[in-house]
Design a protein around this ligand. Structure first.
Ligand SMILES: Cc1cc2nc3c(=O)[nH]c(=O)nc-3n(C[C@H](O)[C@H](O)[C@H](O)COP(=O)(O)OP(=O)(O)OC[C@H]3O[C@@H](n4cnc5c(N)ncnc54)[C@H](O)[C@@H]3O)c2cc1C
Ligand code: FES
Length: 295
Protein backbone atom coordinates (compact mmCIF):
# COMPACT_ATOMS: atom_id res chain seq x y z
CA UNK A 1 0.00 0.00 0.00
CA UNK A 2 1.14 3.55 -0.68
CA UNK A 3 2.76 4.78 2.53
CA UNK A 4 1.19 8.21 1.90
CA UNK A 5 -2.31 6.74 1.69
CA UNK A 6 -4.80 8.08 4.21
CA UNK A 7 -6.08 5.64 6.85
CA UNK A 8 -8.82 3.23 5.67
CA UNK A 9 -11.53 1.88 8.01
CA UNK A 10 -13.67 -1.27 7.84
CA UNK A 11 -17.13 -0.72 9.32
CA UNK A 12 -20.47 -2.51 9.32
CA UNK A 13 -22.90 0.24 8.42
CA UNK A 14 -26.67 0.41 8.64
CA UNK A 15 -28.29 1.70 5.46
CA UNK A 16 -30.15 4.81 6.57
CA UNK A 17 -31.90 5.63 3.33
CA UNK A 18 -31.99 4.64 -0.32
CA UNK A 19 -33.59 7.08 -2.77
CA UNK A 20 -34.49 5.89 -6.26
CA UNK A 21 -34.20 8.23 -9.29
CA UNK A 22 -35.13 7.57 -12.93
CA UNK A 23 -32.62 5.61 -15.00
CA UNK A 24 -31.77 3.06 -12.25
CA UNK A 25 -29.93 5.72 -10.27
CA UNK A 26 -29.86 5.62 -6.47
CA UNK A 27 -28.68 7.84 -3.63
CA UNK A 28 -27.71 5.72 -0.64
CA UNK A 29 -26.87 6.98 2.83
CA UNK A 30 -25.03 4.54 5.10
CA UNK A 31 -23.67 4.74 8.64
CA UNK A 32 -19.87 4.70 8.72
CA UNK A 33 -18.65 7.12 11.42
CA UNK A 34 -14.88 6.68 10.97
CA UNK A 35 -15.14 6.84 7.20
CA UNK A 36 -17.33 9.96 7.47
CA UNK A 37 -14.76 11.71 9.67
CA UNK A 38 -11.91 11.12 7.22
CA UNK A 39 -13.73 11.40 3.87
CA UNK A 40 -12.39 14.00 1.44
CA UNK A 41 -13.77 15.09 -1.95
CA UNK A 42 -12.45 12.54 -4.44
CA UNK A 43 -12.15 9.67 -1.96
CA UNK A 44 -14.36 6.60 -2.32
CA UNK A 45 -15.75 3.61 -0.43
CA UNK A 46 -15.51 -0.04 -1.41
CA UNK A 47 -18.96 -1.29 -0.53
CA UNK A 48 -20.33 -4.77 0.03
CA UNK A 49 -23.45 -4.93 -2.15
CA UNK A 50 -24.81 -8.27 -0.93
CA UNK A 51 -23.47 -10.96 1.44
CA UNK A 52 -23.75 -13.47 -1.47
CA UNK A 53 -21.59 -11.36 -3.82
CA UNK A 54 -17.90 -11.59 -2.90
CA UNK A 55 -16.67 -8.54 -4.87
CA UNK A 56 -17.30 -5.11 -3.39
CA UNK A 57 -18.02 -2.14 -5.67
CA UNK A 58 -16.13 1.18 -5.53
CA UNK A 59 -18.37 4.26 -5.19
CA UNK A 60 -17.27 7.88 -4.82
CA UNK A 61 -18.38 9.67 -1.70
CA UNK A 62 -20.83 12.48 -2.52
CA UNK A 63 -21.44 13.74 1.01
CA UNK A 64 -20.27 12.91 4.49
CA UNK A 65 -21.52 13.97 7.88
CA UNK A 66 -18.81 13.58 10.53
CA UNK A 67 -21.34 14.75 13.16
CA UNK A 68 -24.05 12.24 12.26
CA UNK A 69 -21.61 9.52 11.18
CA UNK A 70 -22.80 8.71 7.65
CA UNK A 71 -21.61 8.91 4.07
CA UNK A 72 -23.76 9.25 0.96
CA UNK A 73 -23.12 7.84 -2.52
CA UNK A 74 -24.88 8.13 -5.87
CA UNK A 75 -24.81 5.08 -8.11
CA UNK A 76 -26.19 3.84 -11.38
CA UNK A 77 -26.89 0.11 -11.74
CA UNK A 78 -24.63 -1.45 -14.37
CA UNK A 79 -24.68 -5.12 -13.39
CA UNK A 80 -25.49 -7.63 -10.63
CA UNK A 81 -23.59 -5.98 -7.74
CA UNK A 82 -25.31 -2.63 -7.76
CA UNK A 83 -28.61 -4.28 -8.79
CA UNK A 84 -28.45 -6.26 -5.53
CA UNK A 85 -27.59 -3.10 -3.60
CA UNK A 86 -30.56 -1.31 -5.16
CA UNK A 87 -32.87 -4.03 -3.81
CA UNK A 88 -31.48 -3.67 -0.27
CA UNK A 89 -33.90 -1.92 2.08
CA UNK A 90 -33.01 0.74 4.63
CA UNK A 91 -32.15 -0.86 7.97
CA UNK A 92 -29.95 -3.56 6.38
CA UNK A 93 -26.26 -3.72 7.23
CA UNK A 94 -23.44 -3.65 4.68
CA UNK A 95 -19.66 -3.62 5.08
CA UNK A 96 -18.01 -0.30 4.19
CA UNK A 97 -14.28 -0.02 3.48
CA UNK A 98 -13.12 3.56 3.27
CA UNK A 99 -12.40 6.29 2.75
CA UNK A 100 -9.96 5.19 0.04
CA UNK A 101 -7.65 7.25 -2.12
CA UNK A 102 -6.12 10.67 -2.38
CA UNK A 103 -8.79 13.22 -3.22
CA UNK A 104 -8.61 16.62 -4.85
CA UNK A 105 -5.96 19.08 -3.63
CA UNK A 106 -7.49 22.52 -4.19
CA UNK A 107 -4.99 25.34 -4.78
CA UNK A 108 -5.80 28.38 -2.57
CA UNK A 109 -3.80 30.51 -5.04
CA UNK A 110 -6.49 29.77 -7.63
CA UNK A 111 -9.78 30.38 -5.79
CA UNK A 112 -11.95 30.61 -8.90
CA UNK A 113 -12.87 27.00 -9.36
CA UNK A 114 -14.46 25.29 -12.33
CA UNK A 115 -15.97 21.93 -11.35
CA UNK A 116 -16.92 19.58 -14.17
CA UNK A 117 -18.89 16.40 -13.45
CA UNK A 118 -20.40 13.88 -15.84
CA UNK A 119 -22.74 10.94 -15.13
CA UNK A 120 -21.58 8.85 -12.18
CA UNK A 121 -18.62 11.27 -11.96
CA UNK A 122 -20.94 13.89 -10.49
CA UNK A 123 -20.59 12.77 -6.79
CA UNK A 124 -16.98 13.84 -6.09
CA UNK A 125 -17.61 17.17 -7.82
CA UNK A 126 -20.69 17.79 -5.65
CA UNK A 127 -18.66 16.87 -2.53
CA UNK A 128 -15.96 19.39 -3.50
CA UNK A 129 -18.49 22.12 -4.40
CA UNK A 130 -20.35 21.73 -1.11
CA UNK A 131 -17.09 21.73 0.90
CA UNK A 132 -15.90 24.89 -0.84
CA UNK A 133 -19.25 26.59 -0.24
CA UNK A 134 -18.71 26.13 3.51
CA UNK A 135 -15.15 27.53 3.51
CA UNK A 136 -14.39 31.20 2.95
CA UNK A 137 -12.41 32.32 -0.07
CA UNK A 138 -13.50 29.88 -2.79
CA UNK A 139 -15.64 30.81 -5.80
CA UNK A 140 -16.80 27.50 -7.26
CA UNK A 141 -18.94 27.04 -10.37
CA UNK A 142 -20.31 23.54 -11.02
CA UNK A 143 -21.05 22.29 -14.56
CA UNK A 144 -22.83 18.93 -14.55
CA UNK A 145 -23.62 16.72 -17.52
CA UNK A 146 -25.85 13.67 -17.85
CA UNK A 147 -27.64 11.68 -20.52
CA UNK A 148 -30.09 10.32 -17.92
CA UNK A 149 -32.49 12.53 -15.94
CA UNK A 150 -30.42 14.23 -13.25
CA UNK A 151 -30.60 12.25 -9.97
CA UNK A 152 -31.27 15.31 -7.82
CA UNK A 153 -33.79 18.14 -7.47
CA UNK A 154 -33.41 21.00 -9.92
CA UNK A 155 -33.92 24.71 -9.28
CA UNK A 156 -33.87 27.80 -11.47
CA UNK A 157 -30.39 29.20 -11.07
CA UNK A 158 -30.03 32.10 -8.71
CA UNK A 159 -26.91 33.79 -10.10
CA UNK A 160 -26.30 34.89 -13.69
CA UNK A 161 -22.98 33.86 -15.23
CA UNK A 162 -21.76 36.11 -18.03
CA UNK A 163 -21.41 34.20 -21.27
CA UNK A 164 -23.31 31.12 -20.14
CA UNK A 165 -26.88 32.29 -19.76
CA UNK A 166 -28.80 32.07 -22.99
CA UNK A 167 -32.35 30.81 -22.61
CA UNK A 168 -34.01 29.18 -19.61
CA UNK A 169 -31.82 26.95 -17.53
CA UNK A 170 -31.75 25.00 -14.29
CA UNK A 171 -29.14 24.10 -11.73
CA UNK A 172 -28.72 21.61 -8.88
CA UNK A 173 -30.97 22.70 -6.02
CA UNK A 174 -28.62 21.87 -3.12
CA UNK A 175 -25.73 23.76 -4.74
CA UNK A 176 -27.87 26.78 -5.60
CA UNK A 177 -29.10 26.86 -1.98
CA UNK A 178 -25.50 26.85 -0.77
CA UNK A 179 -24.68 29.76 -3.10
CA UNK A 180 -22.74 27.69 -5.67
CA UNK A 181 -23.84 28.55 -9.22
CA UNK A 182 -24.45 25.42 -11.28
CA UNK A 183 -25.37 24.71 -14.88
CA UNK A 184 -26.53 21.49 -16.53
CA UNK A 185 -25.76 19.97 -19.91
CA UNK A 186 -27.28 17.03 -21.74
CA UNK A 187 -27.59 15.71 -25.26
CA UNK A 188 -30.80 13.89 -24.24
CA UNK A 189 -33.00 16.98 -24.40
CA UNK A 190 -33.41 17.34 -20.64
CA UNK A 191 -35.37 20.44 -19.64
CA UNK A 192 -33.28 23.33 -18.33
CA UNK A 193 -30.03 21.90 -19.72
CA UNK A 194 -27.60 23.17 -22.34
CA UNK A 195 -28.11 20.94 -25.38
CA UNK A 196 -24.61 19.54 -25.79
CA UNK A 197 -21.53 18.41 -23.90
CA UNK A 198 -20.75 19.78 -20.45
CA UNK A 199 -17.26 20.65 -21.71
CA UNK A 200 -18.82 23.08 -24.22
CA UNK A 201 -20.10 25.09 -21.24
CA UNK A 202 -16.64 24.92 -19.67
CA UNK A 203 -15.02 26.15 -22.89
CA UNK A 204 -17.48 29.07 -23.14
CA UNK A 205 -16.94 30.08 -19.53
CA UNK A 206 -13.14 29.97 -19.84
CA UNK A 207 -13.22 31.99 -23.07
CA UNK A 208 -15.29 34.70 -21.39
CA UNK A 209 -13.04 35.06 -18.34
CA UNK A 210 -11.09 38.35 -18.22
CA UNK A 211 -8.22 36.36 -16.68
CA UNK A 212 -7.57 32.69 -16.03
CA UNK A 213 -4.63 33.13 -13.67
CA UNK A 214 -6.92 32.67 -10.67
CA UNK A 215 -8.69 29.57 -12.10
CA UNK A 216 -8.32 25.84 -11.58
CA UNK A 217 -10.39 22.92 -12.87
CA UNK A 218 -11.46 19.79 -10.96
CA UNK A 219 -13.31 17.10 -12.89
CA UNK A 220 -14.73 13.58 -12.72
CA UNK A 221 -16.67 11.70 -15.36
CA UNK A 222 -16.41 9.34 -18.32
CA UNK A 223 -13.07 9.10 -20.10
CA UNK A 224 -14.00 11.19 -23.19
CA UNK A 225 -15.20 13.98 -20.89
CA UNK A 226 -11.97 13.84 -18.89
CA UNK A 227 -9.89 13.92 -22.07
CA UNK A 228 -11.86 16.90 -23.40
CA UNK A 229 -11.43 18.64 -20.03
CA UNK A 230 -7.67 18.01 -20.10
CA UNK A 231 -7.54 19.45 -23.62
CA UNK A 232 -9.40 22.63 -22.77
CA UNK A 233 -7.35 23.07 -19.58
CA UNK A 234 -4.16 22.84 -21.67
CA UNK A 235 -5.48 25.23 -24.34
CA UNK A 236 -6.39 27.83 -21.72
CA UNK A 237 -3.30 27.14 -19.59
CA UNK A 238 -5.36 26.35 -16.49
CA UNK A 239 -4.25 23.52 -14.14
CA UNK A 240 -6.71 20.65 -13.87
CA UNK A 241 -7.08 17.67 -11.56
CA UNK A 242 -8.99 14.61 -12.77
CA UNK A 243 -10.68 11.97 -10.62
CA UNK A 244 -10.50 8.57 -12.40
CA UNK A 245 -13.08 5.83 -11.98
CA UNK A 246 -11.01 2.98 -13.35
CA UNK A 247 -12.34 -0.59 -13.10
CA UNK A 248 -10.80 -2.06 -9.94
CA UNK A 249 -10.66 -5.23 -7.87
CA UNK A 250 -9.07 -5.03 -4.39
CA UNK A 251 -9.18 -1.20 -4.14
CA UNK A 252 -6.48 -1.18 -1.46
CA UNK A 253 -3.30 -1.30 -3.52
CA UNK A 254 -2.72 -5.08 -3.52
CA UNK A 255 -3.48 -6.31 -7.03
CA UNK A 256 -2.39 -3.57 -9.48
CA UNK A 257 -5.59 -4.26 -11.40
CA UNK A 258 -6.32 -0.56 -11.58
CA UNK A 259 -2.91 0.63 -12.80
CA UNK A 260 -2.75 3.50 -15.31
CA UNK A 261 0.16 5.11 -17.13
CA UNK A 262 1.07 8.47 -15.61
CA UNK A 263 3.68 10.89 -16.97
CA UNK A 264 5.73 12.59 -14.26
CA UNK A 265 8.83 14.71 -14.95
CA UNK A 266 8.88 13.42 -18.52
CA UNK A 267 8.86 9.76 -17.44
CA UNK A 268 5.99 7.32 -17.79
CA UNK A 269 5.23 5.32 -14.64
CA UNK A 270 2.41 2.97 -13.71
CA UNK A 271 0.26 4.17 -10.80
CA UNK A 272 -2.59 2.44 -8.97
CA UNK A 273 -5.76 4.47 -9.25
CA UNK A 274 -7.13 3.17 -5.93
CA UNK A 275 -4.36 4.26 -3.57
CA UNK A 276 -2.07 6.52 -5.64
CA UNK A 277 -5.16 8.33 -7.01
CA UNK A 278 -7.96 8.39 -7.88
CA UNK A 279 -7.14 12.09 -8.46
CA UNK A 280 -4.23 12.92 -10.76
CA UNK A 281 -3.06 16.08 -12.56
CA UNK A 282 -4.64 16.20 -16.02
CA UNK A 283 -1.23 16.66 -17.66
CA UNK A 284 -0.01 13.41 -16.08
CA UNK A 285 -2.89 11.40 -17.55
CA UNK A 286 -3.23 13.17 -20.92
CA UNK A 287 0.23 14.68 -21.54
CA UNK A 288 -0.54 15.49 -25.18
CA UNK A 289 -4.03 16.92 -24.65
CA UNK A 290 -4.74 20.27 -26.27
CA UNK A 291 -1.38 20.48 -28.01
CA UNK A 292 -1.49 22.25 -31.34
CA UNK A 293 -5.11 23.38 -30.96
CA UNK A 294 -5.61 27.15 -30.86
CA UNK A 295 -7.46 28.66 -27.86
C1 LIG B 1 -12.96 5.00 -7.74
C2 LIG B 1 -14.28 4.67 -8.39
C3 LIG B 1 -15.39 5.41 -8.05
C4 LIG B 1 -16.63 5.08 -8.62
N1 LIG B 1 -17.69 5.82 -8.26
C5 LIG B 1 -18.90 5.51 -8.75
C6 LIG B 1 -20.05 6.23 -8.34
O1 LIG B 1 -19.95 7.18 -7.53
N2 LIG B 1 -21.25 5.86 -8.83
C7 LIG B 1 -21.36 4.82 -9.73
O2 LIG B 1 -22.49 4.53 -10.16
N3 LIG B 1 -20.30 4.13 -10.16
C8 LIG B 1 -19.08 4.45 -9.69
N4 LIG B 1 -17.99 3.73 -10.10
C9 LIG B 1 -18.16 2.66 -11.07
C10 LIG B 1 -18.75 1.41 -10.40
O3 LIG B 1 -18.01 1.03 -9.27
C11 LIG B 1 -18.71 0.25 -11.39
O4 LIG B 1 -19.39 0.60 -12.56
C12 LIG B 1 -19.29 -1.03 -10.77
O5 LIG B 1 -18.53 -2.13 -11.21
C13 LIG B 1 -20.73 -1.25 -11.16
O6 LIG B 1 -21.18 -2.42 -10.49
P1 LIG B 1 -22.35 -3.30 -11.07
O7 LIG B 1 -22.52 -4.45 -10.16
O8 LIG B 1 -23.54 -2.44 -11.32
O9 LIG B 1 -21.82 -3.73 -12.47
P2 LIG B 1 -20.66 -4.77 -12.77
O10 LIG B 1 -21.23 -6.13 -12.95
O11 LIG B 1 -19.53 -4.60 -11.80
O12 LIG B 1 -20.16 -4.20 -14.16
C14 LIG B 1 -21.01 -4.18 -15.29
C15 LIG B 1 -20.14 -4.01 -16.51
O13 LIG B 1 -19.46 -2.75 -16.49
C16 LIG B 1 -18.04 -2.96 -16.61
N5 LIG B 1 -17.43 -1.99 -15.72
C17 LIG B 1 -17.63 -1.92 -14.39
N6 LIG B 1 -16.95 -0.88 -13.86
C18 LIG B 1 -16.34 -0.27 -14.87
C19 LIG B 1 -15.48 0.87 -14.94
N7 LIG B 1 -15.15 1.60 -13.85
N8 LIG B 1 -15.02 1.19 -16.16
C20 LIG B 1 -15.35 0.49 -17.23
N9 LIG B 1 -16.16 -0.60 -17.21
C21 LIG B 1 -16.63 -0.98 -16.06
C22 LIG B 1 -17.81 -4.38 -16.18
O14 LIG B 1 -16.68 -4.92 -16.84
C23 LIG B 1 -19.06 -5.07 -16.64
O15 LIG B 1 -19.00 -5.38 -17.99
C24 LIG B 1 -16.73 4.03 -9.55
C25 LIG B 1 -15.62 3.30 -9.89
C26 LIG B 1 -14.41 3.60 -9.32
C27 LIG B 1 -13.22 2.78 -9.65
S1 FES C 1 -7.63 -2.27 -7.39
FE1 FES C 1 -6.09 -3.56 -6.59
S2 FES C 1 -4.35 -2.22 -6.62
FE2 FES C 1 -5.98 -0.90 -7.17
Amino acid sequence: MNENSPEIFLEDGKILSQQCWPGSQYVLRIEAPSCARHARPGSFIHLQCDPEIPMRRPLSIMRSSPDEGWVEVLYKVMGPGLAALARTPAGSTRSVLGPIGNGFTPDPGRPTVLLVGGGVGIPPVVFLAESMAREPGWQPLALLGSELPFPFDLAPHARPIPGLDQGPAAGMMTLEQLGVPSRLASRAGLAGSHAGFVTELAEKWLRNRPTREDCAIYACGPEPMLEATAALAARHDVPAQLCLEEYMACAVGGCAGCAVAVVENGRTEMRRVCVDGPVFPARAIYPGAGLGVPA
